[in-house]
Design a protein around this ligand. Structure first.
Ligand code: SF4
Length: 167
């Protein structure tokens, strides 16, 4: 059973892409660890931003890079492509939201090194409502005992659960 008290960034990101993926992750069901897209992601996180603090766990969330400049903290998520931008933005917004609840204002940024993109992410009032609604939806889905039905989407091709779901 998943600890509903905390919805992690990885679970939230997976949910935005595919609720079934989020449910499987929540039950610690492993996908194919040799998925080449996961391998590319690992390689990227190891090769970029060498001078910063990297892959730090804060409140159960793994943050790729934390950079501090002139007293301002910037959370940076690195992605291998902008294909899942919406999910990545929501993941980062969850981190910003969790920090804001502790009274800390910080900035966020998504970087796609291969595409030379830097996308600023800000926690506005509208975004706070969006994050809170999403957390409620996720908690509701994770309480269910049965796996959400599989639905073929464009992300299935690169998902680590491809074989689990479709073979
Ligand atoms: S393979 Fe497709 S349906 Fe299965 S978890 Fe991944 S994205 Fe969802």
């Amino acid at each position: 059973m998943y600890d509903l008290a905390r919805v992690t960034g990885s679970i939230l990101q997976a949910f935005v892409i595919c609720p079934r993926q989020a449910w499987l992750m929540s039950r610690n069901i492993s996908g194919n660890q040799y998925n080449e897209f996961i391998a590319i992601g690992r390689l990227l996180s190891g090769e970029t931003y060498k001078r910063d603090k990297k892959e730090i766990m804060i409140g159960g969330n793994k943050i790729d890079v934390i950079r501090q400049k002139n007293g301002i903290i910037n959370l940076i998520e690195t992605k291998k492509s902008s294909r899942m931008l919406e999910a990545s933005q929501m993941q980062l917004l969850l981190y910003l939201y969790n920090f804001s609840k502790k009274g800390q204002t910080i900035k966020g940024e998504i970087r796609v090194p291969k595409e030379k993109k830097v996308i600023p992410v800000e926690l506005s009032d509208e975004r706070i409502v969006e994050v809170e609604n999403l957390i409620s939806e996720i908690k509701c889905m994770l309480q269910k005992e049965s796996t959400p039905a599989k639905v073929w989407i464009k992300f299935c091709k690169t998902c680590s659960y491809l074989e689990f779901c479709w073979s």
